[in-house]
Ligand binder design. Structure first.
Ligand code: ZN
Ligand code: ZN
Length: 548
C-alpha cells in the first residue's frame, strides 16, 4: 500500500515537472532580422502583402511601433550585436562593421579571426569568430541557463549577421560563400567539418536553380504604384546592365557579377535563406523537445543589398518586400506545422533602417547630399599643417571619427584635449558637418538624449576615436557613387525599425511608446525566465508580455 502511494506520488511529481516545462516555456525561440528594413515598409507596401506574412505578425503579435536604434553608427554588425546583447557599442564593443584598431594600427573587420580555419570552403572566408564581441548575448544566456542543453543555430548570407547573434556559445553559425563556390560555410570556431545535412543542402542544386531565373516583378509592374518609375537616375545597376529596369537577366549577369555572389543581391538570396533555415530545423531537430529550448537566429541579408543599389523608392525594393512577405509566410506556416502553433516565440526586427536616396530628395527640393571624404581628408591635412606644422597628427579617419597618433602628439608636446578641441571647432566649417564632439567630452559628461546621446552610446573608450563628426540629415558618404543609398546615421530614417513579438508568451496588440532596440534581449530573458546578458542596459518591454 505504502509503496503504491509512493509510486503515485512520484508519478504526479514527474507529471507536474514535464507539464510545467511544457506550458511555461516555448520550445523554440526565433530571432528574425531583416537587413535594412524600415518601419514604414510594413505599411507602404501592405496592399501587396498577403495575410500570412507581415500582416499575420501584426494581427496576432505585439507591435512596438516606435522602436529605434539608440546609438551611432547604425550599421549591420553593430545592429545585430545590440539586438542580441541588449546593450550598445559602449559596452559590447562592436563599433562598426570595420574599424581602425588603435593598437594594431590597421583597419579590422568585426568577425575576422585568423586563429580559426574555414570549414566548407578552401578560401579564408571561414576564418571568423565572435571574439571581438565583449559581452554575452541572449543566445549565450539561454545556453548557460540550460547547462548547454538547448541548441543555438544562427544563419545569414552575411557572416557578421550569423556570427554575432549566435554569441560565444552557438552550436553553429552558417553563412553563404559566393564567388565560384555558392555554398553555406562556417568556421572551426564551431566545428571541424560540416554536418551531413549542410553538405546535402550544398549539393542540392538550389543555388544554380535560383540563378537560372530572371528577376522580374512578382505582380505586373504597372500595379507597383507605391514606388517611383522603374527607369530613374537615382538607382545603381548590375555590372553589364545599362538601365536599372526589370526584368533583370540574372543568368546573363551572373558571370560579370561574381557568379554565385549575385544570389546575395537579389530576392532569391532571401529564398535560399528560408530554404536553409528549414533544412537546419530538420537537420538539427530544433524545437522538438519538451526538455529544452532551442534558439534559431536568422538574418535576411538580400534586402540590404537591394536597398543599397536601388534605394527606398525603387520598384526593386517594392518587389523585394513583396517577396520578403512570402518568405515570412512560408516560414510561419512551416513553424506552425512542425513546431506547433504557440509553441514558439518569435521576434522580427531590422539591424538598421536606411536613408532615401539624397539625389532623389534633392529633386524634390529636400536638402541632403553626399559627404566628400576626399576633400574632408585634404581639409584635415591642411588644418593640421597650418596649426601644428605636422601632417602626422591624424593617424586615421574612418566612420566619421578622427584617430590621433599619440606618439606624434607627444613628440610635439601637445595635449590630447587641446588638439581634440581644435579639430572639433574647425571641422564645423566643413561643408555638410552638423555637429562635432570630442572623446574628452564623451568621457566626462553624460547625455541622456539627443544626437550627442547617440554618439555616446556608440562610443567605446578602448576602441573609438578622438573627434566625432555628425553630418547633416540625409547626407551620406558614398565615394564617387551618386546612385543608391546607405545608412549609419542617428536620424530617424536610419534608427526607426519594425519590432514585432509573436507567439508563445506574447500579448496581442500594439504600442506607440518609444523603445530602444536594446530592450529586445531583456524582454526575451524575462519571458524565458533566464538571466540577462552580462552587459545589458535595456529594459523589459512589459506591455508586450503575457503574465500567467
Ligand atoms: Zn545591415
Ligand atoms: Zn547596408
Amino acid at each position: 500500500m505504502k509503496k503504491s502511494i509512493l509510486i503515485l506520488f512520484l508519478f504526479l511529481i514527474s507529471f507536474k515537472i514535464s507539464y510545467s516545462q511544457k506550458t511555461n516555456k516555448p520550445k523554440l525561440v526565433i530571432g528574425l532580422v531583416i537587413d535594412q528594413m524600415r518601419y514604414d515598409y510594413l505599411y507602404r507596401f501592405s496592399e501587396k502583402y498577403g495575410d500570412k506574412g507581415f500582416k499575420r505578425l501584426l494581427k496576432e503579435g505585439f507591435h512596438l511601433e516606435n522602436t529605434h536604434y539608440n546609438y551611432i553608427p547604425t550599421k549591420t554588425a553593430v545592429g545585430h550585436s545590440s539586438i542580441y546583447t541588449g546593450t550598445t557599442p559602449q559596452n559590447h564593443g562592436i563599433i562598426g562593421n570595420n574599424w581602425y584598431d588603435k593598437s594594431l594600427k590597421q583597419s579590422i573587420y568585426c568577425v575576422d579571426d585568423s586563429n580559426y580555419n574555414s570549414v566548407g570552403t578552401n578560401g579564408t572566408s571561414g576564418q571568423k569568430s565572435p571574439y571581438k564581441l565583449h559581452t554575452t548575448t541572449i543566445t549565450d544566456q539561454l545556453r548557460l541557463a540550460q547547462n548547454l542543453k538547448g541548441k543555438t543555430i544562427s544563419i545569414a548570407i552575411k557572416d557578421r549577421s550569423a556570427i554575432l547573434p549566435g554569441g560565444h556559445t552557438a552550436n553553429a553559425a552558417y553563412w553563404f560563400e559566393g564567388g565560384e563556390e555558392g555554398n553555406w560555410i562556417t568556421s572551426s570556431f564551431y566545428m571541424e567539418t560540416l554536418p551531413e545535412w549542410v553538405i546535402k543542402f550544398n549539393n542540392n542544386g538550389n543555388v544554380e536553380h535560383y540563378l537560372n531565373q530572371s528577376w522580374d516583378t512578382y505582380y505586373p509592374i504597372e500595379t507597383y504604384t507605391e514606388s517611383i518609375i522603374d527607369n530613374n537616375p537615382y538607382e545603381g545597376t548590375f555590372i553589364g546592365e545599362s538601365k536599372p529596369v526589370f526584368p533583370h537577366n540574372i543568368p546573363e549577369l551572373k558571370k560579370l557579377n561574381d557568379n554565385f555572389s549575385l544570389l546575395k543581391m537579389i530576392p532569391a538570396g532571401n529564398s535560399i535563406t528560408t530554404d536553409f533555415t528549414i533544412a537546419a530545423i530538420e537537420g538539427e531537430q530544433l524545437g522538438q523537445s519538451n526538455e529544452q529550448i532551442d534558439f534559431l537566429a536568422i538574418s535576411y541579408s538580400s534586402t540590404d543589398y537591394v536597398g543599397h543599389r536601388y534605394g527606398v523608392d525603387s520598384k526593386e525594393i517594392e518587389d523585394t518586400y513583396i517577396r520578403m512577405d512570402l518568405e515570412i509566410a512560408r516560414l510561419l506556416t512551416y513553424l506552425d506545422k512542425h513546431i506547433g502553433k504557440n509553441e514558439y516565440t518569435l521576434f522580427l526586427t531590422a539591424d538598421h533602417a536606411v536613408a532615401q536616396t539624397p539625389n532623389y530628395l534633392n529633386s524634390l527640393k529636400i536638402p541632403g547630399g553626399y559627404f566628400d571624404d576626399v576633400k574632408f581628408n585634404e581639409y584635415i591635412k591642411s588644418l593640421s599643417l597650418k596649426q601644428f606644422n605636422s601632417d602626422k597628427i591624424i593617424e586615421n579617419i574612418s566612420n566619421y571619427q578622427l584617430f590621433f597618433d599619440k606618439a606624434e602628439l607627444k613628440r610635439l608636446n601637445l595635449q590630447t584635449i587641446d588638439v581634440e578641441n581644435f579639430f572639433a571647432e574647425e571641422l564645423l566649417n566643413f561643408d555638410k558637418v552638423y555637429k562635432t564632439i570630442t572623446a574628452h567630452t564623451l568621457q566626462t559628461s553624460e547625455f541622456t538624449q539627443g544626437i550627442y546621446g547617440l554618439v555616446q552610446q556608440g562610443y567605446n573608450q578602448k576602441r573609438s576615436g578622438n573627434v566625432f563628426i555628425i553630418p547633416d540629415p540625409s547626407v551620406i558618404g558614398s565615394g564617387n557613387k551618386k546612385t543608391g543609398t546607405t545608412h549609419g546615421s542617428g536620424y530617424s530614417y536610419d534608427t526607426h525599425v519594425p519590432l514585432i513579438f509573436f507567439g508563445f508568451g506574447i500579448k496581442q496588440g500594439s504600442s506607440n511608446k518609444y523603445y530602444p532596440i536594446i530592450d529586445i534581449a531583456p524582454t526575451l530573458a524575462n519571458l524565458l525566465q533566464i538571466e540577462f546578458p552580462n552587459g545589458v542596459t535595456g529594459k523589459i518591454i512589459d506591455e508586450a508580455l503575457e503574465h500567467n
